[in-house]
Design a binder for this molecule. Structure first.
Ligand code: SAM
Length: 284
């Protein structure tokens, strides 16, 4: 089996198959032998069925295939067909689906390919659509155990931030609604071909372990969260008034009911405060 985390091996596999890397698809391939085994260990500790997004040349896919019962890898770039045919040819537990992860019906895919199995997602994500992919995976309520992904370092810090801290944003609250996030380790830009301009980090979103709030729906919660973070450097009261299209007086009323300061900012709120705000707003 070729060692795809070796720079020269990867280059020759790509060249042999006439493949040129595309910046527009976030094609920075991993060439660090330590990263994929660790990511695969994390994902496969939770599940026997793995969905990988963007296998590229297959460096992570091969590590997943060694550990999981079944791997389904979703890749948008059909030009990678001959590359993956070569690099994955010795595994009979891997299937590559050529499609856009944002367009495919993941619930159907899980039903069809992983019947009776626990499923987890593992990926070195294309950075141009990190948040949309993570939100799609969470919002579709796929019944998966966990999501172990490499993302841009700044995105990792935001996704795993504690509520009530400066790094926190709408996506932080969204992640906390569905799962327990954990930043696992950092990865320098030299670990990729070509090296991106930014450093990266691997995070794990534990869905199975998290308890979702049962007294507020995700739609009710997100309406308030999106409004709360709709304008940078504005107070929560201003954001809610404009984002929810209600008067400042009505917003003050809501904040008072929830024991939240009228001068607070969105990033200062705890998860419990967002939930009580969402409940109070939706009762009105
Ligand atoms: N897993 C490989 C690795 O670690 O070397 C490649 C990771 S590379 C950062 C991201 C991969 O995602 C590329 O193979 C790219 O073609 C693929 N990709 C980009 N957008 C995608 C999409 N919307 N759906 C599925 N795959 C996508």
């Amino acid at each position: 089996m070729p060692d795809l985390s070796n720079y020269n091996t990867l280059r020759s596999v790509l060249e042999r198959n006439g493949f040129n890397l595309k910046k527009s698809l976030g094609q920075n391939f991993l060439i660090d032998p330590t990263v994929c085994p660790q990511m695969a260990d994390e994902a496969c500790a939770d599940a026997d069925g793995i969905i990988e997004i963007g296998p590229g040349a297959g460096v992570l896919t091969t590590e997943l295939a060694k550990r999981a019962k079944k791997v389904v890898a979703i890749e948008i770039d059909t030009k990678l067909k001959p590359v993956l045919k070569e690099t994955l040819n010795e595994f009979d537990n891997v299937e590559v689906v050529f499609n856009d992860v944002m367009k495919i019906d993941l619930n159907e895919l899980i039903k069809e390919k992983f019947s009776g199995m626990k499923v987890a997602v593992c990926a070195n994500l294309p950075y141009y659509i990190t948040s949309p992919i993570i939100m799609t995976l969470l919002e579709q309520q796929l019944g998966i155990e966990s999501i172990t992904v490499m993302v841009q370092k700044e995105a990792a810090e935001r996704l795993c931030a504690e509520m009530g801290t400066r790094d926190c944003g709408a996506v932080t609250a969204a992640v906390r609604f569905y799962c327990n996030p954990k930043l696992l380790f950092h990865v320098p830009s030299e670990s990729f071909l070509p090296p991106p301009k930014v450093d990266s980090a691997v995070i794990k979103l534990d869905i199975a372990e998290a308890k979702q709030p049962d007294d507020v729906t995700s739609a009710e919660f997100f309406r308030v969260v999106k409004a709360a973070f709709s304008m940078r450097r504005k107070t929560l009261a201003n954001c809610l008034s404009s984002g929810l299209s209600i008067s400042k007086e009505a917003v003050y009323d809501l904040l008072d009911k929830c024991d939240i300061s009228r001068t607070a900012r969105g990033e200062q709120l705890t998860m419990e405060q967002f939930i009580s705000l969402a409940k109070a707003y939706n009762k009105e």
